[in-house]
Design a protein around this ligand. Structure first.
Ligand code: TRP
Length: 334
């Protein structure tokens, strides 16, 4: 007997470009999950309206996100890859859940406070109920596993509270969703300037984007921070050098890493050579992804077909859940 697969659901913000940190921290995990779980991966275009009310660039961002995720190995035939705005049931469930969410808890949410501070002239109600919408996304498919980073943990905790409240008041309809990262710690991808990890907003020259061309990749890697090298054996490795080795570990062959580790220990390491090697290995890794993404992004009929196919799958699952929701809530008068 085939056991029913656990359901995985996650949302991807359609802002900015995917970078190496997103790839190793998130997308690569999605690609592995698609083999073992029933997966729903959604472009959170409605969420972006809470901070970016101007929709002019939205289409382009949505296309880019979809293209980049497919280029990284997400298979639209294996998962439901769809846009939030294409599944209208989301709005209905969001409305019901809003009656179960309290002002007090919403106002205390860290991301709400941060965003309210960043956009004091636009502290809209959607910003306040962001976690409610996110809950609707997840439980619309009765998903129990949610691959997200640390920054989303508070939202997930709120989702569990809303689910408990719903189930308690109207009957058991939803499983409680939990963060899920394939049983491993998320890989941190260090930035190239020796401080923190790669991120969308901070130093763009220290972040490798999947859309960077070969020359840009080389330039960024060659500019990364080094020093004149160890002078005596046993010198502890500075953070920024350790970071270069961490980056190598992501894309270079084990023999290559061993070689440079050996020269570090022997105090004969030439960081210029190491960076050249790292740059070429990064080019070999990112180049094909970038080219695939470009091809997909320029194929609007394929993109459209992917979105339609994804929306169909997501709607089928949403419809089923909403029947159960309306029935549990006693909203099925006919
Ligand atoms: N809030 C998430 C983020 O900022 C995106 C998101 C929207 C999401 N809906 C979701 C994540 C549902 C997981 C599940 O990254």
């Amino acid at each position: 007997m085939q056991l029913k697969k656990d359901i995985v659901m996650s949302g991807i913000r359609p802002t900015g470009f995917l970078h190496l940190g997103n790839y190793f921290g998130a997308v690569r995990n999605y690609v592995r999950m698609q083999e073992e779980y029933q997966c729903f991966f959604m472009v959170a275009d409605l969420h972006s309206l809470t901070t970016h009310p101007d929709t002019q660039d939205l289409r382009q961002h949505v296309s880019r996100v979809i293209a980049e995720n497919i280029a990284c190995g997400l298979d639209p035939d294996k998962v439901a890859l769809y846009c939030q705005s294409h599944v209208r049931e989301t709005a209905e469930l969001y409305l019901y859940l809003n009656m179960l969410a309290y002002m007090g808890e919403l106002e205390k949410t860290t991301t709400f406070k941060d965003k309210a501070r960043l956009q004091p002239d636009n502290v809209n109600a959607g910003l306040l109920t962001y976690p409610v919408l996110m809950t609707a996304d997840i439980i619309l498919h009765r998903a129990s596993l949610v691959p997200v980073g640390k920054d989303q943990e508070q939202h997930l905790e709120m989702a569990r509270n809303f689910v408990k409240r719903f189930n308690h008041r109207y009957g058991e309809v939803f499983p409680e969703p939990a963060a899920f990262n394939f049983g491993e710690d998320l890989l941190k991808v260090p930035s190239l300037d020796g401080s923190g990890k790669m991120s969308k907003s901070e130093n763009q020259l220290a972040t490798l984007y999947l859309a960077d061309d070969d020359e840009m990749i080389r330039k960024k890697v060659m500019k990364s921070k080094t020093d004149s090298g160890p002078l005596s054996p046993g010198t502890p490795m500075p953070d920024f050098i350790e970071n270069l080795f961490l980056l190598m570990k992501l894309v270079s062959a084990p023999e290559v890493i061993d070689h440079f580790k050996g020269t570090y220990q022997a105090c004969t390491i030439r960081y210029g050579d190491m960076k050249k090697q790292l740059a070429e290995d990064m080019v070999a890794f990112i180049g094909p992804i970038r080219e695939r993404a470009e091809r997909i992004r320029n194929d609007s009929s394929y993109l459209r077909q992917v979105m339609e196919q994804g929306a169909e799958k997501a709607r089928a699952s949403a419809r089923e859940t909403m029947l159960a929701v309306r029935e549990a809530m006693g909203l099925n008068y006919y």
